[in-house]
Ligand binder design. Structure first.
Ligand SMILES: [Cu+2]
Length: 146
């Protein structure tokens, strides 16, 4: 096995399983929090506690991105985008130049939200189709799993 590829895969698995320990409110599929339909995030709004991780998964067949609206970020909050670009302009440029940041079917993206507030985000190729979502981060400690 190619050692580098193995490490990348192992790192992804660790990040995803960590999310499972934080007691997020999840649907029937316990592997992610927000899925993606052809032009919509599902659910479009998710509420978590400060310090919780949100995991997105492309549950559809089209490529999508998860890209924060930089102007919407609460003061001091970290920008987030699939592809880990440093800001919204970089993420849009990367998409325009070779679909950078694309999540294909089954791909996941995760971000941990440390600052309370409302975070608006979107999918670059389907922004004009209204593919947007909101993460609401409440200033409370995570609820333990039942
Ligand atoms: Cu999309």
């Amino acid at each position: 096995m190619d050692r580098r590829r193995y490490l990348v895969t192992a790192g992804t698995a660790a990040a995803v399983s960590l999310g499972g320990c934080l007691g997020l409110t999840r649907g029937e599929n316990t592997d992610f929090d927000v899925g993606m339909r052809p032009t919509a995030f599902d659910p479009p709004t998710i509420t978590v506690a400060r310090g919780e991780e949100v995991v997105w998964e492309n549950t559809g067949t089209r490529d999508h991105t998860v890209t924060a609206y930089e102007a919407s970020l609460p003061d001091g909050a970290e920008f987030f985008a699939s592809g880990d670009y440093e800001d919204e302009v970089a993420a849009r440029d990367a998409w325009a130049n070779g679909a950078g940041g694309a999540l294909s079917n089954g791909d996941q993206f995760a971000h941990t939200f440390e600052i309370p507030g409302e975070y608006e985000y979107f999918c670059i190729p389907h922004e004009s189709g209204g593919m947007m979502g909101t993460v609401i981060v409440e200033d409370r400690t995570p609820t333990p799993p039942e």
